[in-house]
Design a protein around this ligand. Structure first.
Ligand code: NAD
Ligand code: MG
Length: 371
């Protein structure tokens, strides 16, 4: 029997890669629902390609009704915190949920994991690092795991000085050396906020404390992450920088699908190198550990401030270094409160977004005064 599948955010970079995987394995899937935010024409085109039964334009239609129908698997590939409510519904009504959309995990990891346990829903990580760990993490022997090592490419500004980064343009921030991705995650890779979000994502997905999560810069993006065991063995997952591999790994899990993605040719790999991340030029990493120590409200604020700052940068309102300046400012001034449910999280998230906009206005006014 083919698996029934929903793809939320099908017009995006992850969504399109999933479409490629499904097109290459048509007998394995029956597509129930595909969604996009605003681009109806593209949504309909994709729906036709993979014979989707239903389409929903989330900027106009009500998605919650379409998500009530039970399916084998839902792929959450919406960008940002906007994907939280659909992720919660998917967890309730799908047997498995493949998560690419990391921001809801950062902000509401506790609630997401609790809901998956409550409904017996399998969560399958799509993010390449977390998918790598998923493949080499022995859940039955977690006491024998020393640490997980998240690899990071270092992004387009790995070797840039702060002076150069200050003048970085939108185009330069979007030009990732190894991966082709949506705009928001590309900017996050340039600030290394993406790796910071992934530290928190790993904490929730693998129920592992912050002091057992390490980040290592590996510019070639061939080792997608590693797990070190107490006997010193290190297990790594490797592959080409192509999201169709982790997507193929989860869509028919525990079976493996053949993928149309690139395969790694070791004969062309001349170098596998590793280096420490620079915490001065990339303060996001330290902030992620700080957030895990402070608790959930700090994680919500960290993500929300970043989403607002990245939008402002992409609109040309602030400079590249202002992104982390804004996130750092918000973190320094937050009220740590306890968030008991999804409504609390939304309310707190909204407040932080408003505060971030106020701070960004201050930055832009400062620029006008100076110039
Ligand atoms: P993208 O911007 O290319 O696509 C986002 C998709 O979400 C689109 O289909 C868009 O229509 C939809 N969308 C946008 N705003 C929405 C809203 N307010 N409500 C509902 N739908 C909305 O993004 P992407 O690069 O595919 O990334 C998607 C998610 O996967 C992100 O959370 C990202 O961090 C994560 N991820 C992406 C990659 C990658 O290679 N692109 C890798 C790992 C993780
Ligand atoms: Mg990743």
């Amino acid at each position: 029997m083919p698996k029934t599948i929903n793809i939320l955010g099908v017009t995006g970079s992850i969504g399109q890669s999933a479409v490629d995987v499904i097109e290459a394995n048509p007998e394995r899937f029956s597509v129930n629902l595909v969604t996009a935010h605003t681009n109806e024409k593209q949504l309909n085109k994709i729906a036709k390609r993979i014979n989707a039964k239903k389409t929903v334009l989330t900027g106009r239609d009500n998605l919650s009704e379409a998500l009530q129908e039970s399916v084998d698997i839902t792929l959450c590939a919406i960008a940002g915190m906007a994907g939280l409510s659909s992720m919660m519904l998917a967890i309730k009504h799908s047997k498995a949920v493949a998560i690419a959309n990391k921001e809801p995990l950062v902000a509401a990891g506790e609630q997401v994991i609790r809901a998956a346990n409550k409904y017996g829903t399998k969560l399958l990580p799509v993010d390449s690092e977390h998918n790598a760990i998923f493949q080499v993490f022995d859940c039955d022997r977690r006491a024998e795991i020393n640490k997980i090592i998240l690899t990071a490419s270092g992004g387009p500004f790995r070797k840039w000085s702060l002076e150069q980064m200050e003048k970085a343009t939108i185009e330069q921030a979007l030009a990732h050396p190894n991966w082709s991705m949506g705009a928001k995650i590309s900017v996050d890779s340039a600030t290394m906020m993406n790796k910071a979000l992934e530290i928190i994502e790993a904490h929730y997905l693998f129920n592992i404390p912050a002091n057992q999560i390490e980040v290592l810069v590996h510019p070639q993006s061939i080792i997608h992450s590693m797990v070190e065991y107490i006997d010193g063995s290190v297990l790594a997952q490797m592959g080409a920088s192509d999201m169709r591999t982790p997507i193929s790994n989860v869509l028919d899990w525990p079976d493996r699908l053949s993928t149309p993605g690139y395969k790694l040719d070791f004969k062309t790999v001349n170098d596998l190198s590793f280096e420490q991340a620079d915490n001065i030029r990339f303060p996001a990493l330290g902030m992620a550990y700080e957030c895990l120590e402070k608790g959930q409200s700090a994680c919500v604020a960290f993500n929300a401030a970043n989403e607002i700052a990245v939008d402002s940068f992409l609109e040309g309102c602030i400079g590249f270094l202002d992104i982390m300046d804004c996130v750092g400012h918000i973190l320094k001034n937050i009220n740590i409160i306890s968030l008991n449910n999804i409504d609390d999280i939304y309310e707190y998230d909204n407040n932080i977004r408003a505060e971030s906009r106020v701070y960004i206005n201050e930055i832009t006014n400062r620029v006008v005064l100076v110039s």
